[in-house]
Design a protein around this ligand. Structure first.
Ligand SMILES: Nc1ncnc2c1ncn2[C@@H]1O[C@H](COP(=O)(O)OP(=O)(O)O)[C@@H](O)[C@H]1O
Ligand SMILES: [Mg+2]
Length: 428
């Protein structure tokens, strides 16, 4: 069958790489894609929110499966658009409609959903702009650190952890009163701070049945030792040592199963990925957030550990036929190191020529922000490449990833040196 992946990051390159290995995949397209996806698929110059353009493309190229990578087209209702068009409504899609994507698109909705269904999560209260004074008063009675969360999509910048009440009050004024994040901060959650270790668990579901994907830990800060500002993600590791079978069993029983039965009870159809961001608090799972899609750079590590025919699994999800499906997961470790442009996550330059891309043997290089030009592959984003090494141990996977990273160059390239180190030293 012909397949279309929507998106242009490292996540989409990893999905494209995995999908392209399946004998069920005839022609693979990525819209809009990057220099890496063009090695395994054909890039299509369509934006992720050009619903009518994407629809016409699917008809023209007889697309038999659409996989939606990023959150924006999900929350904007790409699936709903396809379902409403007579010539598109039969095309199987991986990715929920607008109603399901609210799990990610509204933190107020997802918090209330968790409370309704008894899913463990931090306590929170939501305030609107009209309730700013009430919110400020409420904050005065809270014990710092205090977590403030903009309700809507804010490209990973909408959560602020405040060290004092005064700081939280100032932040609430900016978010609600001054609409710091636009409509995304028309509502703000004030949330209890949880102390623990974070990890992410992913499922692929057709709304009734599901498969659990390999879990992963990601590294959000720009600097070694989790220092400096937040980024889209600077690395990931799978498996995660502290997510043992006892912990993962709790996640299935207390989180995954009530999430799916909650969606069913509320008549929210859901065919796609659910990313469950968790805090492990002394062995007990608490949900930090849901995403309605896979994470980046977690996907690069997760795809590297899946041994099943990925198109069969995705297709079964999109058609509502996941019952009885099992995933084959490799025992190997995967470590992904993101290489970013100088200055990221602040302002950064684009258009630097990347060298050393061809000399990789130990690890797989997924492209994130790259572009093919006549002079070669150039940087075209903040996060430029994601290099994934695999090995029988975490140490071996790390070494393979870092050996390959060391051979890739452009002026000002930066990356973290400590991806996975905390897990090697875990418990020691
Ligand atoms: N209740 C909480 N307690 C402690 N840390 C939190 C809490 N909520 C969020 N965080 C931290 O903030 C980060 C971002 O929050 P999250 O809800 O995942 O929002 P988003 O990914 O949309 O920015 C989390 O990865 C976590 O490190
Ligand atoms: Mg998050």
């Amino acid at each position: 069958m012909n397949i279309l992946i929507i998106g242009s990051g490292g996540r989409e390159h990893a999905l494209a790489w995995k999908i392209s290995q399946s004998p069920h995949c005839e022609k693979l397209f990525v819209a809009p894609g990057n220099a890496g996806t063009s090695q395994v698929a054909e890039n299509v110059a369509l934006r992720v929110d050009d619903f009518s353009g994407l629809g016409r493309f699917c008809v023209d190229r007889q697309i038999g499966l659409v996989v939606i990578g990023p959150e924006v087209p999900l929350v904007k209702g790409l699936r709903d658009y396809f379902e409403a068009q007579p010539d598109l409504h039969n095309i199987p899609i991986v990715g929920p409609g607008h109603s399901g994507a609210r799990l990610e698109g509204s933190k107020d909705f997802s918090k209330a959903f968790m409370v309704r269904h008894g899913i463990p999560t931090a306590q929170a209260r939501t305030f609107t702009a009209a309730e700013l004074d009430e919110g400020l008063q409420y904050l005065a009675g809270q014990q710092p650190p205090i977590v403030l969360k903009a309700d809507g999509l804010a490209a990973g910048k909408g959560v602020v952890i405040c060290a004092t009440v005064a700081e939280a009050q100032q932040e609430l004024r900016e978010m609600l009163g001054e609409r710091k994040f636009g409509d995304a901060s028309a509502k703000v959650l004030v949330e209890q701070f949880l102390t623990g270790i974070e990890l992410s668990v992913f499922i692929l579901t057709d709304g009734k049945d599901y498969v659990v994907l390999p879990e992963a830990k990601d590294y959000k800060r720009i600097g070694d030792g989790d220092a400096g500002p937040n980024t889209g993600g600077m690395g990931s590791v799978s498996p995660v040592v502290f997510a043992d079978s006892t912990f993962l069993k709790k996640v299935e029983q207390r989180v995954i199963e009530p999430t799916l039965s909650g969606l069913q009870q509320e008549n929210i159809p859901y065919r796609g990925f659910i990313f469950i961001g968790l805090m492990n608090v002394k062995g007990e799972p608490f949900v930090i957030e849901y995403n309605a899609r896979m994470g980046d750079p977690e996907t690069q590590s997760v795809m590297s550990r899946i041994d099943s025919d990925w198109v069969e699994v995705l297709s079964a999800c999109a058609k509502g036929e996941l019952a009885g499906k099992k995933l084959k997961i490799s025992d190997e470790f995967a470590v992904t190191v993101v290489m970013a442009a100088e200055g990221y996550p602040g302002d950064y330059a684009k258009g630097q020529i990347i060298t050393g891309l061809a000399s990789t043997t130990d690890a797989r290089v997924f492209h994130a922000g790259t572009r093919q030009t006549d002079e070669g592959v150039v940087t075209d984003g903040g996060r430029v490449l994601a290099v994934t090494g695999k090995g029988a141990s975490l140490d071996e996977a790390r070494q393979r990833a870092y050996r390959t990273v060391a051979g890739i160059h452009w002026p000002g390239a930066q990356y973290r040196k400590d991806i996975g180190l905390d897990l090697i030293n875990f418990g020691k």
